[in-house]
Design a binder for this molecule. Structure first.
Ligand SMILES: *Cc1c(COP(=O)(O)O)cnc(C)c1O
Length: 361
């Protein structure tokens, strides 16, 4: 007799997600640069919309997110009927994985890819397959070479986390085409707004029936604490995803704040401009001190030290100063630290601590 209670296959293979730390022992004031949060906070309009929603908390929210989808569609020039909203883009990624991958299937992620992708693959009972990158850049040919008849989904964040690098549009097109109609290419555009003139993958969704784009309110819109994301795909896929979405997955307050945030174009522009400026300042400062750093297209930089020991020692020195950054050994980058681009004061402060560590001043 088999009376043991057992979870579904794959679930015990999940390594729990490790989020950016927010506390340092013995410090009350911490500068948190470990989770790619917006240093300027959410738009004042989003805050006001959230506060206003408090009076209506006895009402159930809409099940179809029509107003939020209309706002996203209007601002991004997209068909609202092809948008789905979720509890963070993580939930949209979960819908995709649950709907299109299962036991016996494979989901491709890359060497330094976002750690949620293997978690979602395992949760669906599928096998995550990790493909090597080329010098911290997603390698489209290596992905195509790893495709088997069992491959169902390929996950790419563009710009990527934690490397901050980007795949060129022509390479993405080659990938979407090479995968064929039976494999979904997920383009995770969590950092798309920081990449300058980049549509996050919209044009690929328009041109290839197998491409799905995901986006989030957690990064440029500074609403990570509220949990809102969305996806864009052809209608048939959105209709599939909506079947497994809980009808009330988003609260009134989430939708009200997100709608105000996406409509506040001036604020979004301000955040993108400041980020680009201080990202360059931070990267130049690191490079001048002999710390290697790829060009980043996101709201963080990946500082590459001489060794894992040096990265650990710098991390300790930063903690001593009450600064938290992200160690990325779990992403196969033990010699690196991922540093969120803060405001001017934050960037100056972190460069100062690293300079002192290196004995430069
Ligand atoms: C931060 C991040 C997200 C956003 O997740 P949410 O669930 O929307 O907060 C998605 N993908 C990547 C690669 C990220 O770094």
């Amino acid at each position: 007799m088999n009376d043991a209670i057992r979870p579904q296959p794959g679930i015990m293979e999940i390594a729990l997600y490790v989020s950016g730390e927010s506390k340092v022992a013995g410090k009350t004031e911490v500068l948190k640069l470990s989770s790619n949060e917006n240093p300027y906070g959410p738009s004042p309009r989003a805050q006001a919309a959230f506060a206003e929603a408090a009076a209506s908390l006895h009402r159930y929210p809409s099940t179809d997110h029509a107003e939020l989808r209309a706002a996203i569609g209007e601002i991004h020039g997209l068909d609202p009927a092809r948008i789905i909203c979720g509890v963070g883009s993580d939930e949209v990624l979960q819908f995709i994985t649950q709907a299109y991958a299962g036991p016996g299937d494979e989901c491709i992620t890359t060497e330094h890819g976002f750690s949620m992708y293997p978690i979602l693959a395992h949760a669906a009972g599928a096998v995550p397959v990790t493909v090597a990158e080329a010098e911290r850049r997603v390698d489209v040919d290596a992905i195509l070479a790893a495709v088997t008849p069992r491959t169902k989904i390929v996950f790419i964040a563009n710009p990527a986390n934690p490397t901050g690098t980007m795949v060129a549009e022509a390479d993405l097109r080659r990938l979407a085409e090479g995968l064929g109609a039976g494999v979904i290419l997920v383009l995770d555009g969590a950092y798309a707004e920081f990449a300058g003139d980049f549509d996050g993958g919209v044009s690929l969704v328009e041109d290839f029936p197998n491409v799905v784009m995901t986006r989030t309110f957690s990064k440029i819109h500074g609403l990570g604490g509220l949990r809102i994301g969305w996806g864009y795909a052809r209608r048939e896929i959105i209709e599939v995803l909506n079947r497994i979405r809980q009808p009330f997955n988003l609260s009134l307050a989430q939708m009200a704040a997100a709608e105000a945030a996406v409509r506040d174009l001036d604020y979004t522009r301000f955040c993108a401009t400041e980020n680009a400026r201080w990202r360059e300042f931070l990267r130049n400062g690191l490079v001048q001190m002999g710390v290697a750093c790829d060009e980043s297209f996101a709201n963080f930089v990946l500082a590459r030290f001489a060794s894992a020991e040096e990265a650990d020692a710098v991390d300790r020195a930063l903690r001593e100063d009450g600064i938290l950054v992200r160690k990325v050994g779990g992403y196969g980058l033990p010699q690196c630290l991922r540093i969120t681009v803060g405001d001017e004061a934050a960037c100056r402060r972190i460069l100062g601590v690293i300079a002192t560590f290196k004995g430069i001043r």
